[in-house]
Design a protein around this ligand. Sequence first.
Ligand code: FES
Length: 121
Amino acid sequence: MTSYEVELVAPGDCDVEGIDSGRSETITVDEDEYVLSAARRQGVWLPADCQQGWCTTCAAELLAGEVDQSDATRYYDVDREADMILPCTARPRSDLRLRICQMDELNDLRAANSLPPGRSR
Ligand code: FES
């Protein structure tokens, strides 16, 4: 089993149990594990709601590395091109560096591209 190091970077306005705002925390994620569940297992409670890859609550910016996002229910090419990911359904394919708490940014990106925000069905 391959495992990867995933650095979670919390912006100053991001309040998450397990990471002080403005700081980062590094977790270990197995190749067949989702980033969100691995973070929770290690005491970092990333924002989340649907946990199926459509609501965007967990959105993060991929600062470095590669993920497999194929299990997300709703994930667009523009999301990928902007390096936005959904950690609830993202499996690492390399070590990663993620900026968490990016739901508003992802929904702004989708609105600018006439795509539905995460909470629409
Ligand atoms: S928790 Fe809904 S998209 Fe990740």
